[in-house]
Design a protein around this ligand. Structure first.
Ligand code: NAD
Length: 298
């Protein structure tokens, strides 16, 4: 029986670890929050009181942490996990972090004879709960092939994007495009509505025309157009404005490092940053629609 250590049991990591336990893996779980740990132990995982304890006897370690500094703290340095776990352990980091940070961690892993994959995800909390996440992996093919059956217990689309860091690059490119699609769709809907068009009718027209896109197909930002979209539930749930700002910040940093021009990504980053600072950070990112609407409208 393969034992998996799972570190970071928040909104995403919690349901992911539960799905591994349900699939029959021995899961050693650890989180700084005892409340987060309880949800996962209730689902059959073994609760541990430190990351080192969780990694004892595990051949796979998965982390799902908020940001790059948390990942560096967990693995690097004299107290980091890379100094404590068995050689040849396969470490899979699913946190969304900068590709440069992920490559730095991968290099440190290699010098400790640890195998490392970056495997950030798309699909949000709903995808984590349903086990339908998309994984974008970066690292050697051998490790990717070994990780695949485990990732398939948590997701339905598993991609190998390239070498170490490539999964993180794919993730930030995808989210940059998504943010641009969301802003563009919101802008078009607001302009149509100013002209007296029904946003539902305009949405259907654009969906069947050359402006059709993922947002119009399943995540319409105008309240009431799609019953199950966050827009029709007061922009609750879904993918937070603050998380989109974080990912766009990673895209911007990466573009600066690589001397890439991302004019639309940069504009989208500023729109989401500003929108978050106006008190909307904990709303779903489709609430950017309100940025384009008069405040007197509901
Ligand atoms: P979260 O804040 O809900 O969970 C993070 C968890 O990590 C918390 O429970 C926290 O206590 C724990 N933690 C922090 N430092 C730790 C440490 N040193 N040891 C053990 N536990 C520690 O965040 P989340 O929404 O689950 O997101 C996790 C990652 O997934 C982030 O990188 C995020 O960008 C990415 N992501 C999130 C979503 C989403 O919709 N929430 C979607 C895709 C990707």
């Amino acid at each position: 029986m393969t034992t998996i250590a799972f570190i970071g049991l928040g909104n995403m990591g919690g349901p992911m670890a539960c799905n591994l336990a349900k699939a029959g893996y021995e899961v050693n779980a650890y989180d700084l929050s005892t409340a987060a740990l309880k949800v996962v132990t209730d689902a059959g995982a073994h609760g541990c009181d430190s990351a080192v304890a969780a990694a004892q006897g595990a051949s796979i370690v998965i982390s799902m942490l908020p940001a790059g500094q948390h990942v560096e703290t967990l693995y690097l340095g004299s107290e980091g996990l890379f100094r404590k776990i068995a050689p040849q352990t396969l470490v899979i980091d699913s946190s969304t972090i900068a590709p440069e940070t992920s490559r730095k961690v991968a290099e440190a892993a290699q010098s400790s004879d640890i195998r490392f994959l970056d495997a950030p995800v798309s699909g949000g909390v709903a995808g984590a709960t349903a086990g339908t996440l998309t994984f974008m992996c970066g690292g050697p093919v051998k490790e990717y092939n070994e990780a695949r059956p485990i990732l398939e217990c948590m997701g339905k689309n598993i991609f190998h994007a390239g070498g170490n860091g490539a999964g993180q690059v794919a993730k930030i490119c995808n989210n940059m495009l998504l943010s641009i699609l969301m802003c563009g769709t919101s802008e078009a809907l607001a302009l149509g509505e100013k002209n007296g068009l029904d946003p539902s009718v305009l949405s259907e027209v654009m969906k069947q025309s050359s402006g059709g896109n993922w947002v119009l197909n399943g995540y319409n930002p105008w309240p009431g157009v799609m019953e199950n979209a966050p827009a029709s539930k007061g922009y609750q749930g879904g993918f937070l404005v603050d998380l989109m700002s974080k990912d766009l910040g990673l895209a911007l940093d990466n573009a600066v490092t690589n001397k890439a021009a991302i004019p639309l990504g940069s504009l989208a980053r500023n729109l989401f940053q500003f929108h978050g600072q106006q008190g909307n950070g904990k709303l779903d990112f489709s609430s950017i629609q309100n940025f384009y609407r008069d405040s007197k409208q509901s």
